[in-house]
Design a protein around this ligand. Structure first.
Ligand code: FMN
Ligand code: SF4
Length: 678
């Protein structure tokens, strides 16, 4: 048997888990009608098949009607959940993985204008900043109802054949009672710890009465709110000890911090550039203090850290959740001794941020995650090898080369620069975004393994490409910053890319016009503000950088506020003229015909990219499909068969920003779904 610490089996009550790695509860928002149907099941089964020990399904599955989904949560208060969960559990069990589910009442962490439009409730009347519903103060009849709802939901999960459940007690109703910051009740549910824990123990007792002593029941609990007036570490340890002493709980899943604001949540679940495993030692201290099974997940993205967590006795089970979103086959690769082939989670947080914007969890650089039914992770080999020329080694071009090579084709990849990476190299200029380079490095390593021929410093024109006599050409040449569009003064501005690349030195008094609302504008502003310059970000949007999303925005805001950057939404740059030694920036607004002026010495514009498409249009007449893509076939996962020009010498496709300014996920998704059937 392997001596690898994370491959050791673990016994939790009666349940033997095959190793020490689990997927912690997370709601990917793949539900349909509140149910974990085929898409949801396929997602978990993919990871179960690859070898994870335990998958904690759902995130915050709702036990009551007045806990409506905040982000596509499973409705555990409905009886129809039982067959869906049973199908999921059965299939994961067939692959050797244990299955549990997280149950909760969200309390004030949701909205009242969802589901049945019932009022949100809590042990406080204060609203949670992140969800913004003012809750009603919970009453005695609510407590009785919700306690019994928990027991009903637990019973449903037992009936579905799950191995256990976990209750959510961080930022939700249960610990809203616990925390002095969110409990303003009178009487038996507030005051001393006994009182604040009363609701939790009533729930646990009701669950036990219903599911019996044999069923596994755990709690994912905050053990230190890290906030003035909140639950302290000492109180957290005491709560954990009482959980153990009650005999009602079988494991603890430790959380440190609060989640009521985007910023607080980001410290609980750190994103790229933030520390790895920031709460691991703390979870280990709880394990030592309670001598009880402890689970924990918080940015443990790599196998080495997971191994350390187990070997050092800090955890019994180590959560690698986003790591499994990025690479569902992580455990299979560990088992095969192919750790170096694991697709790394780069902490971009596209997955988690999307669910808070009403989308489904998608991985920035794994397009198959969440699309397991239509876009399987595995790439089949083609019947006959073809010759494929890819132009451009940004994320889209690299993905195209990788997938074509997986298909068994002979692939040549041209890149005008001396290295791969495209726009990602610019992003990585900001030290805390350096991890993005792994999106490139993983693909380069896979391409090298698969025998792709790299031609760096190769500015491929029509002649270069045609000389290779390819069967297929994929143009992934990306784009260049779009800076035109002012009524006058286009020549007076620099692009956000100019600032990031160092082609333009930051000014002292700078206006950043953010027309795209994505990373580049904020990154440029951050870089300029770091020099001590005065910076104002102007955007026609109602909010700041809408494409950057909640948690990813946190590190930017911390830096930008430090630099005293000012934000002016609903205004946009419409013109620029020279004024003495400086510039006069003219601002307009969609809301009226008025203008404003700013005297600055530099104007930086972020307005997406314009496709670099000369090569594509040059090759188009030479191609057999004249560049046409059959969208029906593309979406259905069928090969492209357009033959618009019988004289054509190759089939031609373009992907990513060479088509239109989008994002990394779009470029990789374009490449993957096209190339997996070439
Ligand atoms: C898409 C997504 C949804 C999540 N939803 C929940 C949730 O509903 N309940 C919960 O306790 N944690 C939730 N989490 C947090 C994860 O359980 C985990 O704590 C977090 O991702 C940190 O672990 P990691 O760094 O291994 O990903 C979610 C995470 C993601 C990525
Ligand atoms: S989107 Fe980013 S954080 Fe989420 S799994 Fe993918 S790489 Fe990791």
């Amino acid at each position: 048997m392997s001596s690898d610490p994370i491959l050791q089996p673990y016994r939790l009550k009666h349940l033997t888990l095959r190793n020490r790695v689990f997927i912690s509860s997370h709601e990917p928002a793949y539900t349909e009608d509140g149910m974990p149907k085929d898409r949801y099941r396929a997602y978990h089964v993919e990871r179960a098949r690859a070898g994870v020990a335990l998958t904690m399904t759902a995130g915050s599955a709702s036990v009551s009607r007045d806990s409506p989904p905040a982000f596509g949560n499973i409705l555990a208060w409905k009886d129809e959940v039982v067959p869906w969960m049973k199908a999921l559990a059965d299939e994961c069990h067939d692959h050797g993985a244990a299955v549990m589910i997280q149950l909760t009442h969200l309390g004030r962490r949701t909205r009242w204008d969802q589901g049945d439009w019932l009022p949100s409730l809590s042990s406080t009347g204060d609203r949670e900043p992140a969800h913004r519903a003012f809750p009603k103060l919970i009453e005695d009849w609510d407590i009785a109802r919700i306690v019994s709802d928990y027991a009903d939901a637990a019973e449903r999960m037992k009936a579905a054949g799950l191995d256990g459940i976990e209750l959510e007690a961080y930022g939700h109703l249960m610990d809203q009672f616990w925390s002095p910051l969110t409990n303003t009740l009178d009487g038996p549910y507030n005051g001393p710890l006994d009182n604040r824990l009363r609701f939790a123990f009533e729930v646990l007792q009701a669950i036990r009465d219903r599911v019996g002593p044999g069923f596994i029941v755990g709690i994912r609990m905050v053990a230190d709110e890290c906030a003035e007036g909140g639950i302290t570490r000492d109180e957290g340890v005491e709560i954990a000890r009482r959980m153990k002493a009650s005999g009602l709980v079988d494991f603890l899943n430790i959380i440190r911090g609060r989640i009521d604001t985007d910023a607080a949540l980001t410290d609980v679940i750190p994103v790229q550039g933030m520390r790895s495993a920031p709460h691991l030692d703390f979870a280990g201290e709880l394990r030592a203090a309670t001598d009880f099974p402890v689970l924990h997940a918080s940015r443990i993205p790599d196998v080495a850290t997971a191994r350390h967590a187990i070997a050092a006795g800090k955890l019994d089970l180590v959560g690698m959740t986003r790591a499994h979103i990025a690479d569902p086959h992580l455990m299979a690769k560990v088992l095969r001794g192919e750790e170096d082939r694991i697709r790394p989670c780069v902490g971009a947080n596209y997955c988690l941020d999307r669910i808070y914007q009403g989308g489904a969890a998608l991985c920035l650089h794994n397009p198959s995650t969440g699309r397991e039914l239509d876009l399987p992770h595995a790439v089949d080999r083609a019947d006959a090898p073809l010759s494929v020329s890819v132009v451009g080694a940004g994320p889209g071009g690299l993905e195209a080369a990788r997938v074509c090579a997986e298909r068994g084709h002979r692939v040549t990849l041209h890149e005008a620069a001396g290295h791969a990476g495209g726009q990602i190299r610019l992003l990585a200029q900001l030290p805390r975004r350096r991890e993005m380079l792994s999106v490139v490095e993983w693909r380069v390593a896979e391409c090298e393994r698969l025998g792709v021929t790299f031609r760096y410093n190769s500015f491929a024109d029509e002649e270069t490409v045609a000389a290779e006599s390819p069967d297929v050409v994929i143009v992934a040449t990306g784009g260049l910053p779009r800076t035109e569009g002012l009524f006058e003064g286009d020549d007076l501005v620099v692009s956000a890319w100019d600032i990031l690349s160092g082609d333009a030195q930051p000014g002292r008094n700078v206006l950043v016009q953010d027309g795209a609302g994505d990373h580049a504008g904020l990154m440029a502003a951050e870089r300029i503000a770091a020099t001590g310059a005065s910076v104002e970000i102007v955007t026609a949007e109602r909010t700041l950088a809408p494409e950057v999303m909640g948690m990813t925005l946190t590190p930017y805001m911390r830096e930008l506020q430090k630099g005293d950057v000012t934000f002016t939404p609903t205004w946009k740059l419409i013109g620029a003229t020279r004024a003495g030694n400086g510039l006069d920036a003219v601002l307009g607004s969609d809301y009226g015909a008025m203008t404003r002026h700013r005297k600055v010495d530099q104007i930086v514009v972020n307005h997406g990219t314009l496709p670099l498409d000369d090569l594509y249009f040059g090759l188009k007449p030479l191609s057999s499909n004249l560049g046409e893509v059959d969208y029906e076939a593309l979406i259905a996962g069928a090969p492209q068969r357009v033959e618009a020009n019988p004289e054509g010498r190759f089939r031609l496709f373009r992907i990513g920003d060479a088509v239109a300014s989008r994002n990394i996920h779009a470029a990789i998704h374009d490449a993957f779904r096209l190339c997996r059937v070439i």
